[in-house]
Every structure is written in structure tokens, then in C-alpha cells.
Unconditional design. Structure first.
Length: 381
């Protein structure tokens, strides 16, 4: 009887999640549907890109950024203590593109995460009307900025996020990322970001476009200097400061190889997943339990211990998972990822537990060779 009740709850959870995410996801427009035709003079834009040991993919990404179809823009790259070939690549590209300038950082001041300090440094070295914060591995279609700026002007936006297409040569990694995107979308509710009365907001490292005056009003990156989830927090701080914000899907115009392997995914999320729980062990434990109950256990528990009714209920749950993975806007569009949901859940739980243990045992996090204490990190939760 208890197993049947559990199976019913799991079915209801996935049925609601599927219908809720697909219905609301379709409220978000795609960048491809936006006209690039300018109604007035295009405002100036500075594209700020932090680089730390990003030699892989850096040349392709920056080449795309330096060939955008937009007149009033320039690119500021902050080379943040790189020890690989990033500096050499940047020097070659700087000689090739006049709109590209490079700032070299040799030391990191106290009270800053490296990436946040690099982004802030780039903002200080610019005066353009709009700032676009992006990453060093993002490839842009030529008309991305033109479309994004026109959308901001038409809707009087202070901030715009564009959700990129994430490419991967690994099906296992893609399935884990798809599951993580589902979880993050449910938590952030990006379709509600444009509703001023809602606290929902969304920001991604691949594309955070913000008006300079609103960036200053929100406190710049100084206000989130020690936040590992800087992209999400920047959007939240802009919304809290009264800024008008919105989000678009842009998987056809912006692409990024977020991680190259499951191992890279684990190491990458280690730096910020605990901050998503406000460094609270009990909240993180709740995330672990919820993931266990709804993503990992249903199929194995019912297959081993369930009767025919339980198995029918879980088969229906799996059907909803097929629909969600196959049709959720912004997801990978591979229905069979549903079979790998337990695997993805295990990976995400492993990341959460490892992040908790590492943060508490070490007293902080190591990220790209720099240690940040938990005390400092908690000061900005």
C-alpha cells in the first residue's frame, strides 16, 4: 500500500512538472523570431569576456564575437592570470581585430572571486550604454547583438538573458545537462522574470546584457563579489533594483560547449551548487532527498518490490518524462534521456554531497587554483 501511494505521488509530480514546464516554457520567445531591423540609432555596446586558461575554443569564440553585424560595439577581454596559451591567442587576435582590447590581471585582490573581479574590471574600462557579459567559449551568430538590442529597446528592458544552445559529443553528459536544466528551470521560473511583481529572475554566463545605468544602480559586480553563481545573482540584483528584465531562447544563434565530460560537469558545479542552497546544509540535504525520491528511486524500487499497479503507475511516470525531455522548450529534445534520469540524479546528488563535504572540510572552495573561504562566501548569501 505504501509503495502504491509513493508511485501515485511520483506520477503526480512528473505529470505536473511536465505540463507546467512545457506550458510556461512556450511563453518565452526565441531570438530567431526577433527582427534585427533598427528603428533608431543603435546604442553602443561593450562585450566583456573573462579569460582564465581558456585556450580550448577561445579562438573560435572570439572570432565569432569580433565578426558581429553591429556597428557600435567593441570587445574587452580580461586575461585573468592565465598560464596556458590564452595570452598568446589573445595577442594574435588583438593584432587582427581593432575592436578587441585586452586587459591583463596579474593578482587577485581580497574579497573577490576571480571571474567577478574580471567582469568588474572590464566594466571600469568601458563607457558604452550597454554591457554584455559573456564567457570565453560562447560562439555567436552575426546578428545576435542587433536582435538583442532591438528587443531591449522595443520592450524598454534594462536586462536581457539569452539561453544558449549547449552542444556536446557525449550522450551521457547531454542527458545529465538536460536533467539539470529541468531542475534549474523549475527553480528559477524564467518565464516570470519579466513580471515586475514576481521575484523570479534568470541570468546565464553566456549572455547577460544590461544597461549601464541599471548595472550601476544594482551595485555592479561589487555587490556580488563573492558569489560563485554570479550570472544568476546579477539578474536577481537588477530585478531587485527595479530593473525590467526578460529572457529569450537562442539555441540557434548562441552555442556553447558548457562542459566536455561528466567529470568536467562535476568539477564545474562544485564551485557554485552549495551557494544555490545558501550554504545551508539542511536545505542541501532537502535537495538530495528530493532528487533521490523523484529522480532516482521510482523505477528500481517499483521493479524490485512493486506489483502490477505500481508498475503501471511508474510506466505512466516514464511517459511524462519522455514528453518532458522531448518537448520542453530549451531542453535537448531527446525523449530517450528519460531512461537516464536516475543516472543524472545520481550525478547531481554526488555533486551536492561532495560540495558540502569539501566546503565544510576545507572551510571553503578551490576554483581554478584560488581558495575562497566559506566565511567570505557566506557573507553575500
Amino acid at each position: 500500500m505504501l509503495l502504491t501511494i509513493y508511485s501515485i505521488l511520483v506520477l503526480l509530480y512528473w505529470a505536473f512538472l511536465t505540463l507546467w514546464l512545457i506550458y510556461n516554457g512556450r511563453k518565452i520567445l526565441t531570438l530567431s523570431s526577433i527582427s534585427a531591423k533598427a528603428n533608431k540609432k543603435e546604442p553602443s555596446v561593450v562585450i566583456i569576456i573573462p579569460v582564465r586558461n581558456e585556450a580550448y575554443g577561445l579562438r573560435d569564440a572570439l572570432t565569432s564575437v569580433c565578426n558581429l553585424d553591429y556597428d557600435a560595439y567593441r570587445v574587452v577581454v580580461i586575461n585573468d592570470r592565465s598560464t596556458d596559451d590564452s595570452g598568446k591567442i589573445l595577442s594574435e587576435l588583438q593584432a587582427q581585430y581593432k575592436q578587441l582590447s585586452v586587459i591583463n590581471i596579474e593578482t587577485l585582490p581580497g574579497g573577490w572571486l576571480g571571474k567577478n573581479h574580471a567582469l568588474y574590471t572590464g566594466s571600469l574600462a568601458s563607457s558604452e550604454a550597454y554591457l554584455l557579459f559573456t564567457d570565453a567559449d560562447v560562439v555567436f551568430h552575426a546578428d545576435v547583438i542587433k536582435k538583442a538590442i532591438q528587443y531591449c529597446i522595443r520592450h524598454n528592458l534594462d536586462h536581457l538573458t539569452i539561453l544558449p544552445g549547449m552542444i556536446s559529443n557525449s550522450s551521457r553528459l547531454s542527458s545529465v545537462i538536460a536533467t539539470f536544466v529541468i531542475m534549474l528551470t523549475a527553480l528559477q521560473r524564467p518565464w516570470a522574470a519579466k513580471i515586475m511583481s514576481s521575484r523570479a529572475s534568470i541570468g546565464v554566463g553566456a549572455f547577460n546584457l544590461v544597461k549601464r545605468e541599471m548595472y550601476l544602480k544594482a551595485g555592479t559586480h561589487k555587490a556580488i563579489a563573492m558569489r560563485p553563481d554570479d550570472d544568476l545573482r546579477l539578474a536577481a540584483s537588477i530585478k531587485a533594483a527595479g530593473g525590467r528584465t526578460d529572457v529569450l531562447y537562442g539555441k540557434e544563434e548562441i552555442t556553447v560547449e558548457w562542459y566536455r565530460s561528466v567529470k568536467d560537469f562535476i568539477n564545474g558545479l562544485m564551485k557554485n551548487i552549495f551557494s544555490g542552497f545558501r550554504y545551508n546544509v539542511f536545505l542541501a540535504a532537502g535537495g538530495v532527498i528530493g532528487t533521490m525520491l523523484f529522480f532516482i528511486l521510482p523505477i528500481p524500487i517499483v521493479l524490485i518490490f512493486g506489483d502490477i499497479i505500481d508498475r503501471i503507475l511508474v510506466a505512466l511516470m516514464l511517459l511524462f518524462q519522455f514528453i518532458l525531455y522531448g518537448y520542453m522548450p530549451g531542453a535537448a529534445g531527446k525523449y530517450w534521456y528519460a531512461f537516464l534520469t536516475p543516472y543524472a540524479g545520481i550525478i547531481i546528488i554526488f555533486i551536492i554531497i561532495k560540495a558540502i563535504v569539501t566546503n565544510l572540510y576545507d572551510g571553503g572552495i578551490y576554483w581554478r587554483g584560488t581558495f575562497y573561504s566559506l566565511k567570505e562566501l557566506r557573507n553575500q548569501t
